[in-house]
Write a protein that binds this ligand. Structure first.
Ligand code: SF4
Ligand code: SF4
Length: 442
């Protein structure tokens, strides 16, 4: 089934801006009772959703109303943090007379996890290993809904990404930059010009990836960069090899169970027990490792167990990721799950306040506001990946030497495949075509 709203989102290349980049047009072809606006940005030091809502709440709400129309939802709930007073004011004004409801979340981590958002907004628990749509919900990030509105209203493609730059920078800031801009150019906007490359956590302190190559580009799913000195705790943790982490986990895990006791999915009532997955390190390559691997399958990879709960600085999250690989590659049947009826009795008391997490991560001195700036970056060159989403990579539809206009499609998805097209983010000349398309400003 097609709808004009889903079609416009597809043509514009809208993907989930809050994480993995699931193509939004697919979500908009589902049927659901609730459209949930995920404004509960919970990564320490990242503020781009908050800043976006402060300035563009009417667009976000319009996008939500259009998305709700597409999926046939009769309720729209906007989840935002109760500590974001100025954002609440902006959203309250934008929703006036629309019927859109507000749900205020506590300032805890990971309040932006889809399972948490659905529970907090509707009191429903998604089936284990299931999706929000299985309990009548579609969850969408605020930037995604902003892009849905612009696509439906103006036919505007996704050419820019909203992000925060924070950490070891000049002035932390939140802004909009063309997709494909090198990380180095974005960091330089803060007034900080790195003489030698510092470490950058792309996507946040908890779930982001370590980047040391600052020529890498901003993508549609980039939420922000945390710049850190190379000897920071988080950089050292990210720099450890998998083999070293497994060796350490094998010998140092005392089965204290803190990783399980604080796990947000466990606290919601799901069958996940990362301390048992740590036992699987003892059975690596042996017969019953699949049994222990079951206990990591429902992990959302929030990293709370590894970076906060574990007193030994071990990596149960990584063990959970590894356990998923083990089960995928084994002949074992998929686990049979029990649907939780309610969260754990202690779930409310064990929510992790963001301030505590910031202290544990050694980020206090960087925990500053990152106010919005209207400065628009005009990079001389952009490198636009042909795969910025879940699904198939785009096929290039431009060639080297060709002149392209900002907003022009440059990559398309093969007929019938999952994905989203990509567009030129600056006007210029195509200088390279491979897994990415390079455009130089002319
Ligand atoms: S918290 Fe650390 S030491 Fe304790 S069981 Fe989990 S991995 Fe082992
Ligand atoms: S990363 Fe750790 S805390 Fe987070 S869901 Fe997975 S096991 Fe639980």
């Amino acid at each position: 089934m097609t709808t004009p709203i889903a079609d416009s989102a597809f043509d514009a290349g809208v993907v989930g801006a809050g994480g993995a980049g699931f193509p939004t047009h697919v979500k908009l072809r589902a049927k659901a009772e609730y459209l949930l606006i995920n404004g509960a940005e919970c990564e320490p030091l990242l503020h781009k959703d908050k800043e976006l809502l402060k300035r563009f709440a009417p667009d976000v709400i319009q996008g939500a109303i259009l998305a709700a129309e597409a999926i046939g939802a009769n309720r729209i709930i906007c989840g935002i943090k109760e500590t974001y007073h100025d954002v609440i004011h902006a959203v309250e004004q934008a929703v006036e007379g629309t019927g859109v409801e507000l749900k205020l979340f506590g300032n805890f981590y990971p309040s932006g996890d889809e399972y948490v958002v659905v529970w907090e907004c509707t009191g429903r628990l998604i089936p284990p290993a299931g999706l929000p749509v299985h309990v009548g919900c579609v969850v969408s990030n605020v930037e995604t809904l902003y892009n849905v509105a612009l696509a439906a209203r103006d036919g505007a493609p996704v050419t820019d990404s909203f992000l925060t730059v924070n950490g070891l920078v000049g002035e932390p800031l939140s802004l909009r930059v063309p997709v494909g801009t090198p990380i180095r150019d974005v960091v330089a906007l803060t007034g900080f010009v790195p003489s030698n490359d510092p470490a950058v956590l792309d996507g946040g302190a908890m779930m982001g990836h370590l980047r040391t190559d600052l020529s890498l580009p901003v993508t549609k799913t980039t939420g922000g960069y945390i710049v850190l000195p190379n000897d920071h705790y988080l950089v050292r943790r990210r720099s450890m090899t998998k083999t070293d982490m497994h060796r350490k986990g094998h010998s140092a895990c005392d089965q204290c169970t803190y990783c399980t006791e604080f796990c947000p999915r466990y606290l919601l009532g799901y069958e996940i027990e990362p301390h048992k997955v740590m036992r699987s390190l003892l059975f690596a390559g042996q017969q019953n490792e699949e049994y222990w691997s079951k206990w990591g399958q429902l992990c959302c990879e929030c990293n709370l167990c590894s970076l906060y709960a574990c007193p030994e600085d071990l990596d149960p999250k990584d063990a959970c990721v590894w356990s998923k690989e083990v089960l995928r590659e084994s002949d074992a049947p998929p686990p049979e799950w029990v649907q939780p009826e309610r969260p754990h009795a202690f779930s409310e008391h064990r929510k992790l306040p963001l301030s505590k997490l910031v202290r544990r991560l050694g980020l206090e001195k960087y925990d500053l506001p990152a106010p919005w700036t209207d400065t628009f970056v005009e990079p001389e060159r952009v490198t636009i990946p042909l795969k910025q989403h879940i699904g198939r990579a785009c096929e290039p539809i431009v060639s080297t030497g060709e002149r392209v206009e900002r907003g022009q499609p440059i990559g398309r998805i093969p007929e019938g495949e999952l994905g989203a097209p990509v567009h030129a983010s600056i006007t210029g000349q195509v200088t390279a075509v491979g897994e990415s398309i390079t455009i130089e400003r002319t």
